[in-house]
Design a protein around this ligand. Structure first.
Ligand code: GLA
Length: 395
């Protein structure tokens, strides 16, 4: 595991007109438009998406923004405001899985995936800006992909609906970037809405927006970015996915979604110990998502703390995707007043969330910062998030 530096994490996104101006300076003419798409926090439902189960993420108020112009030739030119690669040029014909580097994998992956679907994507100039921290488990890559696919869907007149855009960005991630991820992140980014979490059934992509507002309940949702980098193209994510597929196969079901907690006793007799624990995480996590949705509708966000805690314990002990920094963030937040906390996202680093009474938030922040310093860990970044709008055109 490595610790990320700050290079890509900008404090605030450029205003649309600044991005347009910068685009004109760099590319010599105006863009056809500017599109943005948010990162996401997953409230609960981790590693359930590729098991055709349930998730409850929401779009956050941090976004990737792309200014895009169609070109008359078959060239794609890409530039980011982070400036780490300079201008990157690729020809449409040369796009191949595995060939692109750094952040350019995400826009080029979307171009590639759309062309694979038979959509005639032309040459492009593209300028990217983002304030979604990279590698923090907040889906910075999907924010880029969703901004780009929103732009290209409109510019090519392809007319894809949310479901197809989700599948195309998943194809870009799986087959171009090489990360065997599911459909949760792009669904949150494309379908998110202010004050709402996206309750998604990953078997058939049916989605329902569920009110999730912390403020009226006197709560805030803190994100604790541990600064520990992770990549879903590394082996950990894929090996968990493989265990789930093995578990489903031995249990004779299409996907782990088809098991419920009453099947666990039988599973314990049929599966090896590790596969059983992986399966138990997914089965109990699906159940926790359904319980969370029910509680939010009834008693509100103040009632979901124990489910967040149980989700973290399950990821730490059964799915084994936490790390010392995430465990310390979660334990310290809880010991200092959070009513529930868990790691969020794929794991092996990234961020934790802590649902915290407004009054306790400063104590939680200070205590987590101190605990990290005492443990010799890099300073975490701690900020609040609330459910925000999904992808849209902004200029
Ligand atoms: C990553 C993936 C998602 C999902 C989560 C774990 O964010 O991109 O598809 O599998 O991990 O819940």
């Amino acid at each position: 595991m490595s610790t990320r530096n700050q290079d890509h994490n900008q404090a605030a996104p450029a205003a649309p007109q600044d991005l347009v101006r910068r685009f004109e300076q760099e590319f010599g003419s105006a863009p056809d438009g500017v599109w943005q798409a948010p990162g996401r926090v997953n409230l609960i439902g981790e590693h359930t998406d590729y098991n055709e189960g349930f998730v409850l993420p929401f779009a956050i108020d941090r976004t990737a923004r792309v200014a895009v112009a169609v070109r008359q030739d078959a060239t794609v030119r890409l530039l980011s405001t982070f400036g780490d690669q300079g201008m990157v040029t690729a020809s449409l014909e040369s796009l191949r899985p595995g060939a692109a580097k750094g952040w350019t994998k995400y826009p080029l992956g979307v171009v590639w995936a759309l062309r694979e679907r038979g959509i005639d994507v032309p040459g492009l100039d593209l300028l990217l800006d983002s304030d979604v921290p990279l590698g923090a488990g907040l889906s910075s890559s999907h924010a880029i992909e969703c901004a780009v696919i929103s732009a290209l869907n409109e510019l090519t007149g392809a007319g894809l609906g949310a479901e197809d855009m989700v599948l195309a960005t998943q194809r870009a991630e799986n087959d171009f970037v090489g990360a065997p991820t599911g459909i949760m992140d792009q669904s949150a980014s494309l379908r998110g809405s202010k004050g709402r979490a996206v309750f998604l059934d990953c078997r058939d992509q049916t989605a329902r927006l569920v009110p999730f507002e912390t403020e009226p309940a006197g709560l805030v949702l803190l994100v604790i970015d541990t600064k520990v980098s992770h990549s879903h193209a590394d082996g950990g994510y894929a090996s968990r996915r493989a265990s789930c597929e093995l578990g489903a196969e031995i249990m004779g079901v299409k996907a782990l979604r088809d098991l419920d907690v009453t099947d666990l006793e039988e599973a314990s007799g049929l599966l090896d110990e590790i596969t059983f624990r992986r399966v138990r995480h997914v089965v109990t996590e699906n159940d926790r998502v359904l319980q969370t949705v029910e509680l939010l509708a009834g008693r509100g966000p103040g009632a979901i703390g124990p489910l967040l805690d149980a989700s973290h314990a399950s990821m730490r002990d059964d799915f084994e995707i936490s790390c010392p920094e995430l465990d310390l963030a979660v334990d310290t937040a809880r010991a200092n007043g959070a009513i529930g906390a868990r790691m969020t996202g794929g794991g092996f680093g990234g961020a934790a969330i802590a649902l915290t009474p407004v009054d306790s938030a400063p104590t939680v922040r200070d205590a987590v910062a101190k605990a990290f310093a005492d443990a010799g860990f890099a300073a975490p970044e701690i900020f609040t998030v609330s459910p925000a709008a999904g992808a849209m055109r902004i200029a």
